[in-house]
Design a protein around this ligand. Structure first.
Ligand SMILES: CC(C)(COP(=O)([O-])OP(=O)([O-])OC[C@H]1O[C@@H](n2cnc3c(N)ncnc32)[C@H](O)[C@@H]1OP(=O)([O-])[O-])[C@@H](O)C(=O)NCCC(=O)NCCSC(=O)C[C@@](C)(O)CC(=O)[O-]
Length: 317
């Protein structure tokens, strides 16, 4: 898809991943009731895709130990696509039993990060996706399987990651049974040029089966990278309210691109997201009470939204 035809689409979807990527690296533990309130408020603000936790061993990420309960609440929301991260077959079995509508299987294109994060090589993760697909199909479930290719632009443990390796693994995930794939910049190694280059190549290879772009704002390029991905035809983005997030097994990892800033950027570009940006800002404000010891990030909350032209005209006359 060319930039011109992409811009004609003028619709994009943001998946709030704060309850998973956002919380996984924070020491604070948010109560299940507060997580459900977070889901309610995001849903009321128009959010229709949320990643609400991880099916990892509770002792590894106690922050996400209540994922089953949080997922059950998310699944009660009509029209909400509720996903969870699953690191292995056991996690997928838990996700299927809990009624997940979408499972994100992370695969690190960086060999070193793959071992640190999942104790598996990237190709072992591909083989695990084949097992997850077999179990899902045998269960008669329609839960989507997303292969999330992380460290796609490099990482602190290994340095460079070759584009050819990222593309190979992306294709291997689809061949193994993933329904679609996403590309992630785990530690802020991407820039708009490298994003455009890799996403264009990836889209040439698998077209619409490359669904989502997942950026961290580690070096201040999160929004610029999202814009570059949008220009290649990507219309699904991951983001975290308050810009929290980061992989605990990736040294130097920091927060995701900020949901409210990304939603506002798209809105200013005339792209419909279905999101109520002032409502997102109110939700961000509530997060201070849920995460009193954590720093929230982003820009829009400081300056506020610029009033729509009609409202401005009314005020100015
Ligand atoms: C994959 C493992 C589990 C391997 O960990 P392991 O120790 O190799 O696991 P194992 O298979 O040897 O099993 C050890 C024990 O854990 C149990 N177990 C095993 N699996 C599960 C499970 N799913 N749920 C519950 N329990 C489980 C298993 O049953 C066994 O129990 P025991 O017999 O000793 O009583 C571990 O390495 C792991 O959980 N890693 C995940 C780390 C993580 O969450 N990282 C962050 C997410 S990835 C990320 O942030 C990047 C991303 C996606 O956001 C993209 C980006 O930003 O770029």
């Amino acid at each position: 898809m060319t930039a011109t035809s992409t811009l004609a689409t003028q619709r994009a979807s943001i998946r709030e991943v704060g309850l998973r990527d956002g919380l996984q690296s924070l020491a604070s533990i948010v109560s299940t009731a507060d997580k459900c309130a977070w889901i309610d408020a995001a849903y009321d603000a128009g959010m229709r895709e949320m990643e609400v936790g991880s099916m990892v061993p509770a002792h590894l990420l106690p922050q996400l130990a209540d994922t089953e309960a949080v997922l059950a609440h998310a699944c009660s929301k009509p029209g909400l696509l509720a996903s969870v991260l699953v690191p292995n077959l056991k996690g997928a079995e838990r996700a299927l039993a809990a009624g997940a509508q979408s499972m994100v299987v992370p695969l690190s294109a960086s060999y070193a990060h793959s071992l640190a994060n999942l104790r598996k090589t990237p190709d072992d993760v591909v083989a695990e996706v084949a097992r997850i697909r077999a179990v899902r199909d045998a269960a008669g479930s329609h839960a989507q399987i997303e292969g999330g290719v992380g460290t796609a632009f490099g990482c602190t443990l290994q340095g460079d990651v070759a584009e050819s390796e990222v593309l190979r693994l992306m294709q291997a995930l689809l061949d193994a049974g993933a329904d679609h794939v996403s590309l992630a910049d785990t530690v802020g190694y991407a820039d708009p040029d490298s994003v455009r280059r890799l996403f264009e190549k990836a889209r040439r290879l698998v077209d619409g089966r490359l669904r989502t772009a997942h950026f961290h704002d580690t070096r201040g390029m999160g929004l610029a990278n999202a814009y570059a991905a949008w220009q290649t035809g990507i219309t699904h983005f991951d983001a975290c309210l308050g810009g929290i997030g980061g992989c605990p097994h990736a040294p130097g990892a920091s927060g995701n691109v900020t949901t409210e800033d990304l939603a506002y950027m798209l809105q200013r570009m005339g792209v419909a997201t279905g999101l109520d940006v002032p409502a997102l800002l109110q939700l961000r404000q509530r997060m201070h009470a849920w995460l009193p010891n954590e720093k929230l990030h982003g820009s829009l909350w400081q300056a506020g939204v610029i009033a729509a032209p009609q409202a401005c005209a009314a005020i100015c006359t």
